[in-house]
Design a protein around this ligand. Structure first.
Ligand code: GLY
Length: 286
């Protein structure tokens, strides 16, 4: 088994970097112990969803209305895929995304529909998913924004919106590949906003050539279908590393935005690239 795990691209506080890297390494080790790529991806991401240092699962960003709503998606190299958008009261949205893939007739479920689906499979929790850090950050901006007329609120929001620290993993067992991505979305995003992470081809993609997970500014990633873009390069015979670099260059050139990618191909070759200040990731192999 070979696995690549990322903890998101962005400006990671320097003081948090050693702790975060240790968790990402641990997540990769946990994934490596599994015997199939999808299980490896899920197990690794679950470690990150449990840790409030990361914007996924417990500790996910609070939206403008102060609620935590999560996005996640998974995909296998046979093109089976599943995702959830703005699901609530779920600590492990990637596991729900897998359930959507395997036990529903759909690829994506959103909002109340996704939460109801998770609940039916006993995957919701009564635990408060707001970490103290995420709540403190929200309190800071809440006073500035709430009470403003709607148009002014949107203008203010455009200045403040941030948070690129989505998590993800890709794995290869010598034969098959899988990819997964999980996020609390952008900090202070509007209720109803759909990011890139659960969108097949944007936040995640996997076919018989390569598996990809992306992180960064969702509004840009969606417009260039960043994950699919990287896989196109591999399909044309380029290495995952060249594909990663070219897809990030394309995103930068066409949107002037920021993102990061990790990839693994059917030969187990790995690629990664980012144009943010930081992106922490771990590569492990048995
Ligand atoms: N890449 C995470 C988001 O924009 O929602």
């Amino acid at each position: 088994m070979k696995i690549v795990v990322h903890g998101g691209a962005g400006k990671i506080p320097i003081e948090d970097q050693p702790d975060r890297k240790a968790v990402i390494d641990e997540a990769a080790e946990v994934g490596l112990a599994e015997d199939a790529p999808l299980e490896a991806v899920l197990a690794a991401i679950e470690v990150l969803e449990d840790d409030p240092l990361f914007n996924a699962g417990y500790g996910g960003n609070l939206q403008l209305d102060g609620e935590v709503r999560l996005d996640a998606a998974v995909m296998k190299d046979d093109l089976s895929a599943g995702g959830v958008i703005n699901v609530e009261q779920v600590k492990h949205p990637t596991a729900v995304a897998r359930k959507v893939m395997e036990d529903s007739p759909h690829v994506l479920l959103q909002c109340e529909g996704a939460t109801e689906f998770a609940d039916q499979f006993g995957m919701t929790t009564t635990e408060d998913l707001k970490s103290s850090k995420a709540s403190e950050r929200w309190e800071e901006i809440s006073a500035e924004v709430h009470g403003l007329p709607y148009a002014e609120k949107l203008a203010k929001l455009a200045e403040m919106i941030e948070g690129h620290d989505t998590v993800g993993a890709v794995a290869w067992d010598g034969e098959n590949m899988a990819a997964g991505t999980s996020t609390g979305g952008l900090r202070y995003q509007m209720f109803g906003r759909v990011g890139d992470s659960p969108i097949i081809g944007s936040g995640v993609y996997c076919n018989e050539y390569a598996a990809v997970s992306t992180t960064g500014m969702g509004e840009a990633i969606i417009r260039v279908n960043l994950a699919r873009e990287l896989v196109y390069h591999v399909e044309r015979g380029e290495s995952p590393q060249d594909g990663a670099e070219k897809s990030i260059e394309r995103l930068k050139a066409s949107t002037n935005s920021q993102a990061g990618v990790i990839a693994i191909d059917r030969q187990g070759r790995v690629g990664s690239a980012y144009n943010t200040r930081d992106m922490q990731y771990s590569v492990k192999e048995t």
